[in-house]
Design a protein. Structure first.
Length: 354
């Protein structure tokens, strides 16, 4: 079957487009986050996309729709069970996978990455709730995704996890557009508010008030002089380091434990990354310092936009870009932190919140 990529039509509005304008660390950010819409296709096939579930979409009358409600990347176009090197008009293989039937449904195929799930996928629950009772089809979910759904039992009971690749034949299938421009992490304010209001932590009486989240257990954006950073923060400022060994690894924590940790903390420091996703659970007026590359700080980078809706004191620290990581994008390079500069930044940040 030959199919041609087509522009996704407009749908029923759930959340309006949101213009965001704010300043952090002396830098101003202005952009328009996209609206959230429900788009309904009748008598169509929903496909689960690539092996990583990117470029999931809808096929109807020889047209392939995916814009605004699915992830697109070169990797998704070249590594797919449905096609090879998809671009423009291409051959679609309908014999490659299992078919399933549904009378009416939402699709929620997702790439399962931490930030994308919490800031782009999970807020779509707002749209799912406008059409109750019908099933929501998704690929198999990870442990952290399943834990997040436990906060939404009405949605949890509607989710149908299916083996992929899969094609859904459906008289009426609904898709929901993303509330973010994900290549930069620019997200609508309502999506942050959704997390703030629904995924809450409880302060732990004996929990650490100052936390440093290392990324040296990750493959990207490691701090080359992490030990120096930890020495400074622990010995001079009474920070508690996370992810430095198995006994304090966040990977072993439940979602609720993570939320409780952030709700307890007054100050969190971390290289830019997934460790900042749940800063939405911090108390208003808490402080966050993120390390980032000099070429990244003039753009919003997916986490600092949490600050304004949650009333956080956010400081972006320019680190020194060093070597490339195993993830071959410049933004994923490792970095080095100037210790004296960090001390001054921290003193300044703490003086404003003390």
């Amino acid at each position: 079957m030959k199919v041609t990529e087509a522009e996704t039509p407009e749908g029923r509005l759930v959340k309006r487009s949101n213009f965001r304008e704010y300043a952090i660390s002396g830098r101003e950010f202005k952009y328009r986050a996209p609206p959230c819409e429900i788009i309904t296709f009748e008598h169509a096939m929903a496909v689960s996309g690539s092996w990583e579930h990117g470029l999931a979409g809808i096929i109807k009358n020889g047209k392939f729709y995916h814009q605004r409600f699915t992830k697109d990347a070169q990797n998704f176009r070249t590594k797919s069970p449905f096609w090879s090197n998809a671009t423009g008009t291409f051959e679609f293989d309908v014999e490659c996978c299992e078919f399933k039937q549904a009378s009416e449904c939402f699709t929620w195929f997702n790439i399962g990455l931490y930030w994308h799930w919490f800031l782009e996928d999970l807020p779509l629950i707002e749209a799912f709730r406008t059409i109750p009772d019908i099933p929501i089809y998704t690929n198999h979910l990870t442990n952290f995704q399943l834990q997040s759904l436990s906060f939404f039992p009405d949605i949890e009971e509607r989710v149908v996890q299916v083996d992929t690749p899969v094609i859904l034949n459906c008289p009426k299938v609904h898709v929901v557009t993303y509330p973010a421009i994900s290549y930069r992490g620019k997200v609508a304010e309502w999506a942050v508010e959704f997390l703030r209001d629904n995924l809450k932590g409880s302060p732990v009486e004996e929990g650490p008030k100052r936390i440093y989240i290392s990324r040296n257990d990750a493959v990207a954006r490691n701090v080359d002089n992490d030990s120096e950073v930890i020495d400074l923060l622990v010995n001079e400022y009474n920070f508690f380091p996370m992810n430095t060994h198995k006994d304090n690894s966040m990977s072993g924590m439940s979602l609720q434990q993570k939320l409780d940790m952030y709700a307890t903390a007054d100050v969190v420091i971390s290289p830019t990354g997934a460790g900042l996703t749940h800063t939405h659970a911090m108390k208003p007026e808490s402080t966050v310092i993120d390390f980032n590359h000099p070429f990244e700080v003039t753009e919003e980078c997916g986490w600092n936009n949490i600050a304004i809706p949650c009333n956080l004191n956010w400081h972006t620290f320019e680190a020194i870009t060093t070597s490339m990581s195993d993830r071959p994008k410049l933004k994923n390079s490792h970095m080095r932190v100037d210790i004296d500069k960090l001390r001054k930044t921290l003193d300044n940040a703490l003086s404003k919140t003390s």
